[in-house]
Design a protein around this ligand. Structure first.
Ligand code: FE2
Length: 261
């Protein structure tokens, strides 16, 4: 698919994004902080996707498309939080599907041709799925992969900053309201030693959730992403806040063996 996108279309969409997000305003500091968290996350995912795209040699039009996809990928988060006060899809609704509905309702993509619109909406729709879609076009699959890598890079930043924060204050929105109980689930351990991403159904406590974040390494699509993960020491930073145990060491041995090059 040939991608042609004017520079102004990115600028216009950034303006739309800013004014849309401004409609979600809270006096409550906690609520506003979680809106800001997603706004800042979006800004950084845009940077990550451009970085990755440049390293993969994308041309300017493809980079613009990538940036638009990153800019809009979590648009459903704001309405989700307004309606349900949680970012947990299982307890509210799927934020990716909600995002697509919002973009359609506000006719945000009306300036694009059908094929371009389709790639944007589908990449967004697929970004939070457990695995990649099958039977998609090469272009759609590529941008879906790129978004998923860029998104994970920033979620790792958010959670590692959080786990190593100086104040002890907890944020249920980041921890998905999971209990911080000792130990971790057998099923989570089993997913990881089988080099599989962790099934969200197996996640029962905060340690399980940390392990799920470790397991994203098995769902990375591009070499530059892996390099960033190593350079930024994301997995080590999560390991630091997990219990010291034989099973956890085993998981890390498997990861190190899988990703040495
Ligand atoms: Fe995201």
């Amino acid at each position: 698919m040939e991608i042609i996108l004017a520079q102004e279309s990115v600028a216009d969409l950034k303006k739309w994004f800013t004014s849309y997000v401004q409609t979600f305003k809270y006096k409550d500091i906690e609520l506003q902080r979680n809106i800001d968290l997603k706004k800042d996350h979006t800004r950084r995912v845009c940077k990550e996707i451009l970085n990755l795209g440049e390293q993969l040699g994308l041309n300017d039009d493809a980079l613009r498309l990538a940036e638009i996809i990153a800019l809009l990928h979590d648009i459903g988060r704001f309405e989700q939080y307004a309606r349900y006060k949680t970012f947990m899809d299982g307890k509210s609704e799927n934020h990716a599907e909600l995002g697509v509905k919002i973009l359609e309702k506000h006719e945000v993509l009306k300036q694009f041709d059908e094929a371009t619109k389709d790639v944007i909406l589908r990449s967004i729709q697929y970004h939070n799925r457990a695995s990649l879609p099958r039977g998609e076009t090469e272009t759609c699959l590529f941008f879906t992969k790129l978004l998923r890598d860029a998104d994970k890079l920033d979620i790792w930043k958010v959670v590692t900053d959080y786990y190593h924060r100086k104040d002890e204050k907890r944020n249920g929105a980041i921890e998905l309201d999971l209990p911080d109980t000792p130990g971790f689930s057998e099923e989570v351990y089993r997913d990881l030693i089988n080099k599989k991403i962790v099934d969200i159904k197996h996640v029962k406590n905060l340690n399980d959730f940390k392990l799920l974040q470790i397991g994203w390494i098995f769902d990375i699509n591009f070499k530059p992403t892996l390099r960033y993960i190593k350079e930024r020491r994301y997995l080590e930073m999560i390991r630091d806040v997990l219990p010291k145990s034989k099973e956890i060491s085993e998981i890390f041995d498997i990861i190190h063996r899988s990703f040495v090059n």
